[in-house]
Design a protein around this ligand. Structure first.
Ligand SMILES: [Fe+2]
Length: 432
């Protein structure tokens, strides 16, 4: 076993747990136990769920006995829909933390006896695939925790604060041109998840795409021009949903005299015009794009704009190149509790000239979540294959709340077109 891979796995597991627990730290057990919104679990459920997932994959799937029997059904996301999770006999806070510690000790013990080499006998262990999968899972749930915390009632006074993101460094162009041609989409990286694989060539006609995500100021113009009352901008199902759910502005926006305010982690503040809009569902993003005379990019168009380098003809690992993200490249890793103004990350610009493709806000795309050519599920179909189809839309690029292990530009997120509690915005495109 390679010592370097081993050490990297231990460090990654330690980081994800520390980050997860630090998000829960300010909250009392009764708050953690309560379900504040039917869309989100009680925070306490997530805590033992990530430990149970780790037990399944880093202990039992590798041949060791369960750390603790009788918890699988309780913490299985498929067996327990979110709306029932508050009524479950969940482990208490200290018990859940202790369970997580016990699982971790056994996972590390199993790791000591594991061959992580590329030619090892167990495909789960090659390149530490299964360890990376568990780390990503925990980071994804850490982002979910923040989405649940954002929904806590203001009167309970749960205020989270962070240092502000950097200000705008330049004024990006409105849009960039992407010439017709093929590019390599997806990845063969051994740490990548099944749905991002394999690398395959995709040919796209020429198109234009926004250099930055749509801002609050741009979106406000749509709201103020009556866009939510004009059926012509909305898809049929979007129009039905706009009425059913009484949508009239992004979630967490409110009128403030002549202007607008937004609620963020317990603080109501004036709406900043230059930040990417957040908390819009796919239907709203789609309607805005039509109102603006444009459309949402497909996920292939999004990925080409983020990764394709016409000078080399290759797709980069990250928009700015192959080097791992630093704080100068992108607003990732929960360093700040929200998106940065557009133009705040000139060092992160893609070869084609797109800014903030990674971090800030997840970006809705026009695409349904479907399998790439020659997709094969691994290591279990419930990771993504069972979600393929027209019900889910793809989101790309990660948000300010996404850890960099999940923020890579080949990572495919998916959700229902009605979802707004996630940290999602969008950018638009048009045919050339
Ligand atoms: Fe999960």
């Amino acid at each position: 076993m390679s010592e370097a891979v081993h050490d990297e796995v231990v460090a990654a597991l330690t980081t994800s747990r520390r980050r997860f627990l630090s998000i829960l730290e300010p909250f009392d057990e009764p708050v953690l136990r309560r379900q504040h919104d039917l869309l989100m679990s009680p925070l306490l459920w997530d805590l033992a769920h990530v430990a149970n997932y780790e037990d399944l994959w880093l202990v039992r799937a590798l041949g060791d006995a369960p750390t603790r029997e009788g918890l699988d059904d309780l913490y299985d996301a498929f067996k327990q829909p979110r709306r029932v999770r508050e009524a479950l006999p969940l482990l208490g806070l200290s018990e859940a933390v202790a369970y997580g510690r016990a699982v971790r000790a056994r996972a590390l013990d199993r790791l000591e006896r594991s061959d992580l080499g590329p030619d090892g006998p167990d495909p789960l262990l090659r390149h530490a695939f299964v360890h990376h999968m568990v780390v990503q899972h925990e980071h994804q749930h850490a982002e979910t925790l923040l989405a649940a915390i954002q929904l806590l009632p203001v009167e309970e006074g749960h205020v989270l604060t962070s240092s502000p993101p950097p200000g705008a460094q330049l004024v990006p162009p409105a849009e960039v041109f992407v010439p017709a041609g093929s590019f390599a989409m997806g990845t063969d990286d051994p740490g990548a998840l099944d749905n991002e694989r394999p690398v395959h060539d995709v040919h796209l006609p020429a198109y234009w795409i926004d250099a930055v995500p749509v801002t609050n100021g741009q979106y406000r113009a749509f709201v103020e021009s009556g866009g939510y009352d004009q059926a012509q901008w909305w898809s049929d199902s979007g129009w039905v949903w706009r009425h059913e759910a009484h949508l009239d502005a992004p979630q967490f926006w409110s009128r403030d005299g002549d202007g607008w305010a937004r609620l963020r982690f317990g603080t109501v503040e004036p709406l900043p015009d230059d930040e990417p809009v957040q908390h819009v569902c796919w239907y709203e993003a789609d309607a805005y794009a039509r109102w603006a005379g444009r459309r949402l990019p497909t996920e292939a168009e999004w990925e080409k704009a983020a990764r394709f380098d016409s000078a080399t003809g290759a797709s980069r690992r990250w928009p700015w190149g192959d080097g791992e993200p630093t704080p100068a490249h992108a607003n990732l890793d929960q360093r700040h509790l929200g998106p940065a103004p557009v133009g705040a990350y000139p060092a992160g610009v893609s070869a084609l000239g797109c800014h903030q493709m990674v971090g800030d806000v997840w970006e809705w795309t026009a695409s349904d979540f479907v399998a790439y050519p020659s997709f094969a599920w691994f290591p279990y179909a419930e990771y993504s294959a069972v979600f393929f189809g027209a019900d889910h839309k793809v989101l790309r690029g990660g948000s300010w709340a996404t850890h960099n292990t999940v923020g890579r530009p080949t990572f495919r997120n998916w959700d229902l077109p009605i979802r707004r509690q996630i940290f999602a915005g969008f950018r638009t495109a048009r045919d050339a």
